[in-house]
Write a protein that binds this ligand. Structure first.
Ligand code: SAH
Length: 224
């Protein structure tokens, strides 16, 4: 027995992953994530199952990783920051996510809210995420293949909408599917960069807060 990860029995690897998740959670706390619910979800969701096996040793680095089709699984800090921005205070019962990708952000949300709906435009990613989330018994999640800019009218309105790809402006049909008092967190292209923005639907319209600079793949039209 060499003690290298490959030589460990499955149970040993599982507890290594659990320890790596605790280290990641501590790092996110140090980076300013203050919502304990979000930190707990990070310690529970097995991110190594959302990336290719060849990348599993990097799954608990605080880094975005490739998931194929030119797309990435978001950096854990960004997932935590967006989730925290969406949830505080007391939100949400139903959340719509645009850009399922690997399904990791979906699983983090599913640990925290009553129901998550998520839309992905790349068929292969949608199928893989569906299989992963079923394997993890995330029963409060519904996935759909389609253009997320159109939202998911059948289940609207949503208390929260989270977009994990950068748009040039707030997609109008998504804003219309936000419940009164609901929040939308999304990366927006802003001249030469991207910023994370939170919109809150008020009786007078939408309150707009700029949170911090971010880097996301683009929100694309149609399906692939
Ligand atoms: N939340 C994902 C992030 C994936 S990257 C994760 O943690 O893994 C963003 C995803 O948005 C990609 O999978 C991309 O295919 C998807 N996407 C881009 N434009 C879209 C659109 N209009 N509708 C639905 N999904 C879209």
């Amino acid at each position: 027995m060499t003690g290298s990860p490959a030589a460990l029995p499955a149970a040993g690897r599982a507890s290594n992953h659990a320890r790596a998740r605790l280290r990641l959670a501590a790092r996110l706390t140090a980076a300013g994530i203050g919502d304990d619910r979000v930190i707990t979800a990070v310690t529970q969701v097995p991110r190594h199952l959302f990336v290719d096996e060849a990348l599993a040793t990097h799954a608990y680095d605080d880094a975005a990783l490739p998931i194929g089709h030119g797309q990435t699984i978001s950096q854990p800090y960004t997932v935590a920051r967006m989730t925290e921005a969406l949830l505080a205070p007391g939100c949400c019962s139903t959340v719509l996510e645009i850009g399922t990708g690997s399904g990791y952000q979906t699983a983090v949300l599913a640990a925290l809210v009553r129901r998550v709906y998520s839309v992905e435009r790349v068929a292969a990613l949608w199928q893989r995420a569906e299989a992963r989330l079923r394997g993890l018994r995330c029963r409060n999640v519904r996935l759909r293949y389609g253009d997320g800019a159109l939202g998911w009218q059948e289940y609207a309105p949503f208390d929260g909408i989270l977009i994990t790809a950068a748009a040039h402006g707030v997609p109008r049909q998504l804003a219309a599917q936000l419940a009164p008092g609901g929040r939308m967190v999304l990366p927006l292209n802003d001249g030469d960069g991207q910023v994370l923005v939170r919109l809150t639907r008020t009786s007078a319209g939408f309150r707009h807060e700029v949170l911090e600079p971010v880097t996301f793949v683009p929100l694309l039209a149609g399906v692939a």
